[in-house]
Design a protein around this ligand. Structure first.
Ligand code: NDP
Length: 259
């Protein structure tokens, strides 16, 4: 986006790691185009970590509200954002799947800053499991609860303030929204829901609140590298990922299908 955001207030969910902490906006061309698709694979080793979501906003002089569950990580991101030029950074410990937490994040933003200009709905989790192998299907409700409902709650509470500031919502969807792949049914459904929900809000909000839907290609992060719900509905990491992976569950070859 091309607007001047110095002094404006930006609230980012899922700011404790990955895309929320790192990258993205610096890669987006300066335009108001509604949907960005990043087609290349991006590895952490190639990240210029100062060209990052939280950090790019910081360098442009925006005030930040950083929300997630891991407070220590948020504090580290906050300290760096301040060093990069953000005039004021607030950390809020919150679980976006809880409606009261989302209300509290927005309330704290307004109490502290008195305005809100950008909401970045970035928090998300991944799941990898064949439906028929799932031990308890209700464990997987959390994929929708966090990825979809978390964005809905945040948007509902933030909307009046974003309307006042003629602000913007940035939403992390995924090419997974339209690309079927084994073991990805819950995650893909959550991203399809996000895409449709926010495309519809674009019509409802009209010119009052801008919506930028981002559908990144594969980006190395905790989520994409092995922190996901397995068939038992438990988070597993790293080496266990290898055991359950197969070629069909490797990261999608976005750059082959997105022109
Ligand atoms: P990470 O796992 O690195 O980051 C996810 C972030 O979400 C973390 O900061 C995590 O913080 C936060 N989060 C998870 N659950 C909750 C919760 N219940 N409440 C609040 N915060 C939560 O993954 P990425 O950076 O890769 O993912 C960011 C977004 O990008 C996701 O929406 C993902 O679906 C999307 N995306 C990622 C792609 C990729 O290839 N990496 C491709 C396409 C889309 P904490 O654990 O501290 O709460």
């Amino acid at each position: 986006f091309s607007e001047d955001i110095a002094g404006k207030v930006v609230l980012i969910t899922g700011a404790s790691s990955g895309i929320g902490e790192l990258l993205l906006l610096a890669l987006l061309p300066p335009s108001e185009y509604m949907c960005y698709t990043l087609s290349s694979t991006i590895s952490q080793s190639s990240w210029d970590t100062d060209n990052s979501l939280a950090y790019e906003y910081a360098k442009r002089g925006a005030c930040l509200v950083l929300a997630a569950r891991r407070e220590r990580s948020l504090q580290d991101v906050a300290e760096r954002a301040r060093n990069l030029g953000s005039p004021d950074v607030v950390v809020v410990h919150a679980d976006v799947s809880k409606v009261d937490d989302c209300r509290r994040v927005v309330d704290q933003t307004m109490n502290h800053f008195g305005r809100l200009d950008h909401l970045v709905n970035n928090a998300g989790i991944m799941s990898l499991a064949m439906l028929e192998e799932v031990d308890n299907v209700t464990d997987f409700r959390q994929v929708m609860d966090i990825n979809f409902w978390g964005s809905v709650y945040m948007t509902r509470f933030a909307a009046p303030y974003l309307r006042n500031s003629r602000g913007r919502i940035v939403v992390l969807s995924s090419p997974a929204a339209w690309m079927p792949a084994p073991r990805m049914s819950f995650y893909n459904a959550s991203k399809a829901a996000i895409s449709q929900f926010f495309e519809t809000l674009r019509v409802e909000f009209g010119p009052d609140i801008g919506i930028t839907l981002v559908t990144p290609g594969y980006i190395e992060s905790e989520l994409s590298q092995g922190k996901f719900l397995n068939k038992a509905g438990k988070h597993i990491v790293d080496q266990e990922m290898t055991a359950v992976s197969s070629p069909s569950t490797q990261p999608l070859a976005h750059n082959q299908i997105i022109s």
